[in-house]
Design a protein around this ligand. Sequence first.
Ligand code: ATP
Length: 472
Amino acid sequence: MRIIISFDDTDSLEGMCTTYLGAKVVWALMKRHRILDFPHLIRLNPNIPYKTRGNGAVVLYVSLSDSSDFEKVKNEVIAQVATLAMIQSEATHPGLLFIKGKPPKWMRQVAEKALAHVVTIKEVEQLLKKEKNVEYYKWKKGRGIVGACAAVGYSLLDYSRWTYELIGYRKPEMWGTKRQISRQSIINMDYKTMFTFTNYDYYNDVSLIDPHGKDPVLFGIRGTTPSYVTAVFRQLTFDEPLEMWMLYKTNQHTNIHYFNRTLRTNFSELKAFSQTILIGKVVKKFPEKKKGHLKFLISDMNGCHFPCLVYEPSKQFRWVIRQLIVGDYVKVGGAVKRTKEGELGLNVEFVEILSLAKSYEYHNPLCPHCGKRLKSLGHKKGFKCVKCRKKFFSLDKRITEIIRPLMEGYRYLVPQSALRHLSEYFDWNVWRLYRENTQVSEETTTIDAHAFLEKLLSSCVPNLHPKRSKIG
Ligand code: ATP
């Protein structure tokens, strides 16, 4: 019997992570049942105010060895959620689903909406109540059922895209303490590997694989295939014991939250907390604020203006924004948010230059006798040479076009440290080319996830708790 287990909203800033719960359940289930795919970690709309960190939900696809095991498995998972979820935290509202057989098709629409807009608990629950093969459980408000449904629905999208993340978890007694993982080892690992991404932000000298909160994650390595992230995992060294690890199939770094979200008109209909791409013309630039915040207006095809905002954490990306001038045509992507002043604006995450406006510099002409730059005698009153002391009345100002330092057709992104989980930083064209021209040993669509995870577990077990660990 095939079942799907999906859950969300189990953590808080005080601890836990939904993926940790996922890993615990998977390792427990694998002893008796078959995992049909790597567990899914599905990131949803990154602008949701209820999120703890990366707005991720977890889905497990399991084949039960006997259908009579369903009740037992269900009760075990419910018990795990009840024990591990941070239910005492004000903002934690777990939700859990069990689906027997195929998932309902409407979950696909929920996923589509949940990737870039807001979905209510009510709209999801109304649909869930009609399903005979779905059992759902809520703790407190049970908001987690929104993410749980959307995460299942993600696999039903015909444009779903996938990457992988191998996450190492700390032992509970280490939670909340400084992570013992050497920066140099992360840099070394990053230099040596291909097709993993967002390991290190070299512009800002920040490691990106290890979070900084009280959650149980020691590191997460993201990449294109299970083999690549596992190979990197084996190269990493750290100074604290791992409790366990898990390899997730995810939608991270796929830009999926931008799919089908491009607007050229109707900027006035944009709603807070949504994710969008706007195409328009830069019509106004505002002076830079003291803290380094930037603002400009773009106009849609109907002349409706929308503010675009770029804050200090966007770091080097602000240089690009400073170079924009009125008249440039741009594609800007980001989150629609309400500012402190109450107006809606786009927190810009990338800008693509569609066409650059021409910009000119005006210079006084050179003296025809001595070559020195002439001085203007006033509007239409001619020029004077301060060296030869001659006056010229028939010369005009020289006009030269300024070479703009931006490239048409190029997409400029915030640095990696300012990226959201769903945002793409990786050049997929390089990956496609590589796959076309080489034999990538593993076909991710046919891989046996259960066997892969079992091998990963057994090959890494001897090194689980060494003082200075080097996996593999
Ligand atoms: P972590 O990634 O660390 O596990 P998180 O950032 O995923 O945590 P949660 O604690 O899971 O944050 O909270 C997110 C909440 O928002 C969940 O209840 C989820 O169901 C809900 N949610 C997710 N996407 C949407 C959406 N598009 N509309 C409304 N609610 C959503």
